[in-house]
Design a binder for this molecule. Structure first.
Ligand code: UD1
Length: 382
């Protein structure tokens, strides 16, 4: 029996970790035991607990209760807490997801005391180091022993940085191994799609008709903390509702709701609040989000995960950032990088209304990434 220790902290990590926890429970119960550490980076019920419940993730064995703070303070508190748990639990591997401060903290804490790191969602790059996530993912990749990359582009990025996929065991941080294995989020979207249909009431609750609304999410600090960018985004949203007359549903991340008053022009905020067609709603649960993604006409987002989910559910996506790590979505023609430029947003919006994308090749694997990852971790422990 090997022991893995999973670190989660932010909403998307609970979602990603659920695919591997499910594989452990269903297929590796007699060979892998899992301990879960929640850093407490996200702590509101609708940013954390609801995802544990809906996604059937086992309750966290440790909660570090770190909460919100500056990047340095938040990460430092996490490193200290994770190190203590690692020293007492002595796992064979620490499992880290994505690119948040919780990922970075796990990578630093574990690698310094020689606990091997498996990084899931390795190799993604925006080539924009002003994003905290870019720093986090680079550091984590470069101290990892096993790197599980979801896409061909992720694999290419890692090979370009000197990683190899033909190394042989024993693997270590100095002899790491790269696996191209598909995306654990795709596992989840397939697995939970029917359950979401049964359990979510978000569409009737908001009187939304399938195919007749747009889903938008905005939470990146690059957008929320820059008044010009935030105003541009909301002006584009208002313009779309004026010309198109369909509602835009915006589940608001707490970071975004927290800055609306401070960073938006009063007249734009007023127009948003009085609009009959802009629906500002609280953060959506996983099932609600699936229903919104499955039934909308189009997605507008600055989130990485929502870009992918729009592809899984075969919807066009306007990417509200200057670049994307998920370049395949753009190459396949179902997503466009519009940044926060209202002209580009409106152009792309009109394009997709007239020419909805029809082809969605399987670029995110076969929905079995969780089991693949468990098998490879198991085989890597001497
Ligand atoms: C983090 C990740 C980001 C990821 C996102 C998913 C980093 C650097 N960024 O961003 O990559 O896409 O999670 O949601 O780790 N807040 C609450 N309640 C909560 C959580 C946050 O009110 O439960 C508020 C706090 O005011 C906090 C702010 O949101 O200061 C930002 O939270 P933080 O966890 O630092 O980063 P995110 O913006 O959520």
């Amino acid at each position: 029996m090997i022991k893995i220790l999973t670190v989660v902290g932010a909403r998307p990590q609970i979602i990603k970790a659920s695919a591997v926890s499910r594989a452990v429970r269903d297929h590796f119960n007699d060979s892998i035991s899992e301990i879960i550490v929640h850093t407490g980076q996200h702590y509101d019920d609708n940013m954390s607990e609801v995802f544990f419940r809906e996604l059937q993730v086992p309750r966290a064995d440790f909660n570090l209760g770190v909460g919100s703070a500056s990047h340095g303070t938040q990460t430092a508190r996490m490193i200290e807490g994770i190190e203590k748990v690692l020293q007492s639990e002595k796992p064979d591997f620490i499992i880290l997801y994505g690119d948040t401060n919780s990922t970075l903290a796990g990578a630093v804490a574990a690698s310094k005391i020689h606990i091997p790191v498996a990084h899931i969602e390795a190799g993604l790059r925006s080539f924009n180091k002003s994003m905290p996530e870019e720093i986090n993912r680079i550091v984590c990749d470069h101290v990892s022993t096993l790197l599980f990359t979801p896409t061909t582009t992720g694999l290419k990025n890692l090979l370009a940085e000197g990683f190899r996929s033909d190394t042989v065991q024993p693997f270590s941080p100095d002899n790491p191994h790269v696996f191209h294995c598909g995306d654990v989020m795709y596992d989840n979207s397939l697995y939970f799609s029917t359950l979401a249909e049964k359990n979510s009431t978000i569409l009737p609750d908001n009187e939304l008709e399938p195919g007749k609304f747009i889903l938008a999410t905005i939470h990146r600090d690059h957008n929320t903390d820059n008044p010009e960018r935030l105003n541009n985004l909301f002006e584009a949203i208002l313009e779309i509702t004026r010309s198109f007359q369909f509602p835009i549903v915006l589940p608001l991340h707490p970071r975004t709701s927290g800055v609306l008053e401070r960073n938006m022009k009063p007249q734009v905020l007023e127009a948003v609040r009085h609009s009959q067609l802009v629906y500002l709603i609280p953060p959506a649960s996983f099932f609600d989000m699936i229903m919104l993604e499955k039934n909308c006409l189009m997605v507008m987002t600055d989130s990485g995960g929502v870009q992918k989910e729009s592809y899984f559910f075969q919807k066009p996506c306007l990417i509200l950032r200057p670049e994307t790590e998920w370049v395949e979505i753009v190459e396949e023609g179902s997503g466009r990088v519009t940044d926060t430029n209202p002209t580009l947003i409106l152009e792309a919006f009109n394009h997709y209304v007239q020419h909805p994308p029809l082809h969605f090749p399987a670029i995110f694997g076969d929905g079995q990434a969780g089991s693949f990852i468990c098998r490879e971790i198991l085989q890597s422990v001497p």
